[in-house]
Design a protein around this ligand. Sequence first.
Ligand code: IDC
Length: 473
Amino acid sequence: MRSNKLKVLLAGAVVAAASAVALIALPASAETAAFTVTNSWSTGYEASVVVKNDTSSTISTWRVELTLPAGTSVVNAWNATQASAGSTYTFTPAGWNATLGAGASTEFGLIVNGTGRPTTCLVNGKACGGGGTPTSPVPSPTRTITPTPTPTTTPTSAPAGRTPVAINGQLHVCGVNLCNQYNRAIQLRGMSTHGLQWFANCYNAASMDALANDWQADLLRIAMYVQEGGYETNPAGFTSRVNTLVDLAEARGMYALIDFHTLTPGDPNYNLDRAKTFFAAVSARNAAKKNVIYEIANEPNGVSWAGIKSYAEQVIPVIRANDPDAVVIVGTRGWSSLGVSDGSSSAEVIANPVRATNIMYTFHFYAASHKDNYRAELERAAASLPMFATEFGTVSATGGGAVDTASSAAWLDLLDRLKISYANWTFSDAGEGSAALKPGTCASGTYAGTGVLTESGALLRSRIRTPDSFPTS
Ligand code: IDC
């Protein structure tokens, strides 16, 4: 039915366009594109472009071309397909927003690295203002801060029913807990990817099906390394990979934890500008989704709590400008050990918390390396700080070695008792003890069941598969 209707509309548009050309002299173009800067920071900005069909008939597609000055480039776009040639960036429909009825409009967004505004804007080959010369400069932006988030339409939508996201909806922090739409404390249990730059072949529809259905996981942590061949080498490519994984998780009703995986160097401020660019892009693109949680710095190390707090207080507003209700998780000192691995403790965080609401703090552990004193510190901290174990291993902190079964059980029991959400390192087939899948699994393409699991994978699958107890009222 839907496609028949569309065909009729398109046929009508062709007839109308043909008769218009034959009978009356319309202006050369009556589509317009309004370019507006919606958020900006020292090294870049976010913009919105509203494409409007000001003709009296339906148009079946559109094309916007922006030319940027030297030193300025587009990092990422959403709700449009982006291509570039030299300094000119071309945006065409994302797929679902090609057809515009008479008077209708669609909006797409982009993140720009550099501060230069477009020198030329064309829509369907003509000036964006409508009817003018093809080289008119873009008018100055009319606003500089985001008034409302860009609503994001994506082709995937969460299935109805009893998935974790369907039951719990948009999460928020209440007291020291992560809470669901009924304002009740919940615990999410899931897995972390390995570095996307190394294990791209492990994350696809089949592996996500196994995680959601066979493992019954609530959560996918998307570990996007910034260095070591990660984000810094290809910001647009990694941003897009993260977004694809958010969609794969959403389509299966799982939460997606977007991890800006800083590790070396350990001071997150080294990546402050990259973090702002990245989080502006992913928060704008995913603002309307209920399944996204943001983890802004994996493991700060060699940096004071004051330094981490300052970073957090600069990155959180970038996210909140687009996605005001999302939970944000802040890394802690000493590889997210709450300072313990640096000889400090959670006291420094409790005395000087990040000035933001709806946030949690990160705690990481590796069961064979971190034992009773770390468990005691987590329990102490969790009495006054909302904590999230965004990464842990059953093995040593190198990511390798043998599974420490007793310590892993003690940790998981503690997390369950305190309702602390967790993601295990890693849902990958890396040749190291922390990997859940046997080497070669990802190349084989079959992920479900126990035959593909390592000792660590079998342990985690058996814990994660036990029924969730999400309150529904
Ligand atoms: C490790 C990986 C290993 C990789 C290394 C590179 O397991 O394959 O070579 O990173 O940096 C962390 C980090 C996480 C580490 C993990 C194990 O967040 O990136 O992964 N770990 O060492 N903190 C404590 C341990």
